[in-house]
Each structure stands twice: as structure tokens, then as C-alpha cells.
Design a protein around this ligand. Structure first.
Ligand code: GTP
Ligand code: IMP
Ligand code: MG
Length: 363
């Protein structure tokens, strides 16, 4: 079937798409950006979900927002595991351009290391001129008792670097020789893609309740990390966003200090198979059952349009690797329906294993 498409541009950045097929005109409002954020305290499995979306939705760009190399996203493809602290998790879709927005902090050593480990073509990567740079002094300051000791920070230098940025003394990517080959205008590239109606994935890091503004202050990270902030990190405004996907794990985990309602003992977490080890710091993650109150609030703070649930197999072991909703156990289905009912937003993606393909897509 041959389709002809015509675009009608509007001054506000939206476009109307006419698809002419068999003489039929279909009117579509095209918004092409999807923002993915964490709904609890980070480590919800955003890396897994974003890598799935990248392979499935074939975006022209996957762009990373969020704080910086304090994040650890895990991507598992064909039995190979990648731990990403800087590169967008969508690197698995080889045609996607990979960008890092100006709001994100860069540790050049970590970034260069990841380019090597993932074996991506370096030409795919673009780092914004204005990304802030983490230096050894930031890492040293982050390891002091008031930060790593009191708050349990990741010690990756992000807090002190963002403090220096606020003081306007932080170096930027444009000042760093070894980043020269990657430097680009990230918002410019994004808007070019959006203007062409191309799909763009915007990758958040951390989780809603680690937000500097909306989280459990002072036990939070050094920036806001809700969907609006992630958009700001990469340089797009809300009107371009088609969907805000909030990722929840089927239980809650938290690393570092700060409140965790209904926290389980380490023994109980282990018994349930919920004891995890943090990607960046190798600390044990604290665990608690799924928290509907937090989920409801996260959905509001992010203006979520859909939800992804990960690690369903860790609550309902019988669903491990299931890729069809109808094949989920009754208990697992009821849990998903309970979330939809209590939280008020549809669950569109369900993850039943760490591999990209262990995914149910209900969109
Ligand atoms: P941050 O940006 O640091 O918050 O990380 P993240 O949200 O990408 O999560 P992270 O990779 O740190 O932790 C999630 C862990 O769960 C990883 O080890 C994933 O491989 C694993 N994982 C993700 N989805 C599933 C799933 O559905 N089932 C199982 N068993 N493991 C999963
Ligand atoms: P910072 O972001 O390193 O300053 O750490 C502040 C708090 O956020 C600590 O409790 C960290 O454990 C937590 N944190 C920061 N990044 C992540 C993440 O990617 N996953 C989970 N927790 C994180
Ligand atoms: Mg993580």
C-alpha cells in the first residue's frame, strides 16, 4: 500500500499529519517525544524498559536527562549485561543517535570507558556543549561524612558538581579537549528531529522521591528528576511530549539513607528474592512492598500517561519470562489491575525478566 503524507505546520510547534491512502485522509496530531522516569527511589528498571522501547519504537534519537554518573542503568540483551552510567540505554538500537542533554553531568573517564565497553560507533554520540564536568575534587568532596556519610550519596561527585554549577564555577564539556569529537547542540538536534515528526526517547534517571524538590529531603539527589526536569535537562518543553511513562518496580527499593515506608528486614527481603545490589556503589538495596500511595503521588508529580511495571517475576515467580498478558497467572493479572485501579493510569508495559525481550507491551 502506498501512503502519501502531507504535513500542515502550526506556529506552536505541533503539526497535523494527513495520511492519504486509498483516498482516505486521516487526521493525526503528531507529538513524537516519550519521557521515561522512575516512580520510586531509582533502580526501577528504567534501563531495561528504555532499551526495549528503543528496539521496538525505533527512535531516531535517545537522549539522556537526569543527574549524571550517579545513575546505573542495567541493560541485558542476548545474555550480555551492560551497566550504563552515562550513555543512553537506547544504545541497543543501532540506528539511534545517542545524546546527552546539557542538564546532565559528565565524568569524561566514565563516559569514554562506556563507549569502549559498549563498542558503539563513537559517531553516534553527541554531548551537549553545556554539560557540566565532574572532576576529582567533586568526587573527593562527595566522599566526606556530610554527604556520603550522612545521606549515603553514591560518592560519584554529582552533588558537589551541581553545587559548583549553581555557583557558576563548574567546567563545561566545551572546555574539555577529550570531549571535543562529541560536542553538539543537543536541544538543536532534538528539535530538528521533533519537527520532522521522528520518535525521540527521553531517558530519565533516579526516581521521583529522590527529587531535590519533591523527594524525601534531605535524603535526595542534587536535582529535580521528575518528568518536567528531565525535559528541561535536554531542552524541550512539555508541549512536545506525547507520553510520560513512569516506571515502577513491583516492589520498592532504596539505596542510601532516608525513609522507606514498610521497610522489610534484610532477611525478609532476601527470603522474598528482593535483595538487590546497587549498580554503582555495590551497596545492598533496602526493600519494601509496592507502595500505592507513593505510586499515586508519583503519577501526579510526573503527569504520567502510562505506567511500566518491572520485576513482576520477583513477586509472582510463575510469570518469569512470560511475554503474553493472557499467560500471566491470575494473581499477577489482579496485581496489575489493582495498580491501574488504585493509581488511575493504565499499565502499558510489563517486564517479567531482565532480558529486553521478557516484556509485555500493551500499548
Ligand atoms: P537508575 O537510573 O539507577 O535508577 O537505574 P534503573 O532504573 O535502570 O535500574 P537498575 O538497572 O539499577 O536496576 C534494575 C535491576 O533489575 C537490574 O539488575 C535489571 O537487570 C533488573 N531487571 C529489570 N527488569 C527486570 C524484570 O522484569 N525482572 C527481573 N528479574 N529483573 C529485572
Ligand atoms: P547522589 O545522587 O549521589 O548525591 O546520592 C543522593 C541519594 O540518591 C542517595 O541516597 C543515593 O543512594 C541516591 N541515588 C542517586 N542516584 C541513584 C540511582 O541511580 N539509583 C538509586 N539511588 C540513587
Ligand atoms: Mg540503577
Amino acid at each position: 500500500m502506498s501512503n502519501r503524507t502531507l504535513y500542515l505546520e502550526f506556529g506552536d510547534g505541533f503539526r497535523i499529519l494527513f495520511i492519504l491512502s486509498y483516498g482516505v485522509i486521516i487526521l493525526v496530531r503528531e507529538l513524537s517525544a516519550i519521557v521515561i522516569v522512575g516512580g520510586f527511589f531509582g533502580d526501577e528498571g528504567k534501563g531495561k524498559i528504555i532499551s526495549y522501547l528503543a528496539l521496538h519504537d525505533r527512535p531516531s534519537i535517545v537522549v539522556r536527562g537526569g543527574v549524571g554518573p550517579n545513575a546505573g542503568h542495567t541493560v541485558m540483551m542476548e545474555g550480555k549485561e551492560f551497566k550504563l552510567r552515562q550513555l543512553p540505554s537506547g544504545f541497543v538500537y543501532e540506528k539511534a543517535r545517542l545524546l546527552i542533554g546539557p542538564g546532565v553531568l559528565i565524568n569524561p573517564k566514565v563516559l569514554l570507558d562506556e563507549i569502549e565497553k559498549t563498542k558503539i560507533n563513537p559517531k553516534r554520540l553527541g554531548v551537549d556543549y553545556q554539560c557540566g564536568i565532574i572532576e576529582d575534587t567533586h568526587i573527593e568532596r562527595d566522599s566526606k561524612p556530610d554527604l556520603k556519610g550522612r545521606l549515603g550519596t553514591t560518592g560519584s561527585g554529582c552533588g558537589p558538581a551541581n553545587a559548583d554549577r549553581a555557583l557558576r564555577i563548574l567546567k563545561l564539556a566545551r572546555d574539555i579537549e577529550e570531549l571535543k569529537p562529541f560536542l553538539t547542540d543537543v536541544p538543536g538536534e532534538l528539535h530538528d528531529a521533533i519537527d520532522k515528526g521522528e520518535t525521540v526517547l527521553i531517558e530519565g534517571t533516579q526516581g521521583t522521591f529522590l527529587s531535590l524538590f519533591h523527594g524525601t529531603y534531605p535524603y535526595v539527589t542534587s536535582k529535580d528528576v521528575t518528568a518536567s526536569a528531565i525535559c528541561s535537562d535536554v531542552g524541550i518543553g512539555p508541549k512536545h511530549v506525547r507520553d510520560v511513562l513512569v516506571v515502577f518496580k513491583a516492589y520498592v527499593t532504596r539505596v542510601g539513607a532516608g525513609p522507606l515506608p514498610n521497610e522489610l528486614s534484610e532477611e525478609e527481603a532476601e527470603r522474598r528474592g528482593w535483595l538487590e545490589i546497587a549498580t554503582v556503589t555495590r551497596r545492598k538495596r533496602r526493600a519494601a512492598p509496592f507502595n500505592f500511595d507513593l505510586a499515586r503521588r508519583a503519577v501526579k508529580l510526573n503527569s504520567a500517561t502510562m505506567i511500566a511495571i518491572t520485576k513482576l517475576d520477583k513477586v509472582f515467580p510463575e510469570v518469569e519470562g512470560v511475554r503474553d498478558f493472557d499467560k500471566l497467572s491470575d494473581g499477577a493479572k489482579e496485581f496489575i489491575w489493582e495498580i491501574e485501579k488504585k493509581v488511575g493510569v493504565p499499565v502499558k508495559i510489563i517486564s517479567t525478566g531482565p532480558d529486553i525481550l521478557d516484556t509485555i507491551d500493551l500499548r
